[in-house]
Design a binder for this molecule. Sequence first.
Ligand SMILES: Nc1ncnc2c1ncn2[C@@H]1O[C@H](COP(=O)(O)OP(=O)(O)OP(=O)(O)O)[C@@H](O)[C@H]1O
Length: 808
Amino acid sequence: MGENVEIYLRLKPVRAPSPCVSIDVSENQCVFDIPRDDLAGYVNNQREKYAFQFNGVLAPDAQQDEVFERCAAKVVTGALDGFNGTVFAYGQTGSGKTFTITGGVERYADRGIIPRAISRLYADIAKKTDGKYEVHVSYMEIYQDQGYDLLDPEHDTKALEDLPRVSVREDDAGDFHLQNLSTHRCESEEDALNLLFLGDTNRAITETPMNMASTRSHCIFTMQVERREVGSEIVRRAKVNLVDLAGSERVKKTDVSGKTLAEAKYINLSLHYLEAVVIALQERAMGGGRGHIPYRNGLMTMMLKDSLGGNCKTVMLATASPDHDSVDESISTCRFAQRIAMVANVVTINEDIDPALVIKRLKRENQELRDEIKLLSGVNDDRGALTESEIERLRSRVKAYVDGGGADEGEGLAADIGASMMKIKASYEIFREMVLRRGGGGGVAGVAAGGGEASTSPRSPPSPVVEPPGAFDDLREELRLMRERVRQRDAEINVLVGMLQRGEGGTRGGYRATAAVPLVDASNPSSTLRAIVGENENGNENDAASALPPADVLADRDRAFEHFKRAYAQNAGVERDKSTLRELYAKAKTLGERVNAARDEINAQKSKIEKRRVARALKTLSDADFDPECDAVDQAEERAKATIEESKCEYRTAFDELRDVKKEIDRLQLALDQSRRRLTTDFEKWLVMALGQQNGDGGPEETILTPGAARILGQTVVRPPGSAGPVARYRPLSAAEAEAADAAEAAAGAAAPTPAAKTSAATPAPVAKAQTREPMTELPMTGNAQVDADIAKFFAAKNLLMKRAEKA
Ligand SMILES: Nc1ncnc2c1ncn2[C@@H]1O[C@H](COP(=O)(O)OP(=O)(O)OP(=O)(O)O)[C@@H](O)[C@H]1O
């Protein structure tokens, strides 16, 4: 997609704006109307009116959020879609470039494009569900055409020379690569903001006294965004450059000498190179020029190669001061912007194939092909017979496959057989024997003894299999264990479903349907209760928990919970974790205060230095004899720098500690959440069992609950035909029954039962309702079509609830 660079003009608020400068925000125009008398000192004395057109004009009262939304937000959003982007500020010294790109330190609302871009990027990433995003950040300063890494964590920075130097390498395709510039992975917005703060602080304290109040260097903050789609080999990479260029004023006007002149020359030179690149691009856009774009001349132009004439959405923010003295510089800024607007970029999504994933896939395909070749050529099968252990391994694979039938087992079987025809045939033999013996053991004698040959020979018709004594014992035992496991799962499902329904605050506030629960080991009920509650602190079993609480405690869910919690072994650990968490919070608070205090101190010292430099700059202008080189060592500034240095150490130490504490808090909170969930689940199980046991009943197959007990559990009780008295047999409702119960309740206009936790055991309403229902028929599995359909419906409903429970 061909896209021209967008240009915006931002005027800085000044006390006395020149009457020569006017803007039309709705027309995006800025007009300089200069009386003929004033022309002598200005850029072109043949004209008196200059009108410049922009993509947008931001008036002096435009706020930082408007500037971000209009100029930079789309560039940030584009990066998430894989488009490179650059926003750069260009204008004379003091016109507001740094204020626009980085922001002011006084007010939160003054934060500039970089911190806002960081926040927006992470906020947008949080909303994305289409893949995994990673952000890397780098921050570089270019001073006298030399790059410096502002984010080097190793060095104790006192001067610019302390920072690592960045160099550029050009590859065969003419692309430039930065070397020795650190990039930092940022998991969160906070990480990225802290790096920005570190870079800004380094930038402030490495300014030389000769810099005065103006920035003599270019700064580039880069965010690289990488997106990987789940299950795809394609990776999208895009980078966003946020650039604060050095002041663009002319040397002759600033009338400086010595080191400042050298700096100004460098700045002018690099901006001159920038201008040369832009002019060459403009000529190319108009169909002329030599086609060569002189990016290679300077570091800044190499850095901006993609942004100017390359694959990048680029926005230029021209900043200008609308006061009388700055009119000529403002006109030249606007002229430069007009040239930039001619530059056309070709913007494409940066998608790449992730080589690691491709290698993995190719390796897999390769292996499959090798297997296929072996299979077709029978290479592997000229070896001897399968060994006993190979056959045993195959047997257990085949058995697992038959038992589980899941994808994993299937893959396991295929992986084990590989490309060996001999193993495939042996597997068929094992299948055959299993079918003939109905899953019984027995060797694959033919395979073992005769090897490949024996296994391939046609088999004689199956002879009637005589079951050897005890042949099925292990299978029966296995079956019994499996049934047991199924029953346990059912109990867990019921607890989950109940929790889900109560959590959802459904219309009825209680269990809709419940299966018979294998609640208590009939032979030793209290052992089951003990198993849930666990061992106490000393490693002894907890008798308090296995002892049933009094009936009135069990009848009140809240009190029952308190009873359970007191006895619950893991509760002591939870309480300990809670108190550790409280301590960690207090520690984090103190550390946070230390970080903020250090940050405030650094900012205060930074603005102190800035003010001193402004004062000295003014003195340079007003006092002809003042020599900035002689006044280079300003004691107060040196002290301020030393304080910044100390505060920086304090900031880093406190921040590192805070990060560690935060990680610990996150871990502990996760553990606590898990413990809380376990506590609730175990309580539900315990309550079901305790209530079942209280009734003096409960066996492996089903539990007898009184209607009151059922109500405490929040369950709907269905009275089977013929049952009478205070005891209700507790069994599943079919989906049809549940629907019928709903309809009956709605028709009766009855209020939904309150959540079980708050229902008193004496409240008869829900039970009375259950008792007045038509007696339901038991659900014998007789093959009766209607009954089977009901069962099927019930399980469908149960599965649905299970899925929702899992989701929840
Ligand atoms: N839009 C604005 N609103 C309020 N204050 C501003 C605005 N623009 C700039 N300023 C103030 O003007 C002063 C100079 O601005 P800034 O440092 O951003 O200029 P600059 O163009 O980056 O200068 P240099 O080329 O020296 O880096 C600062 O004190 C800044 O707070």
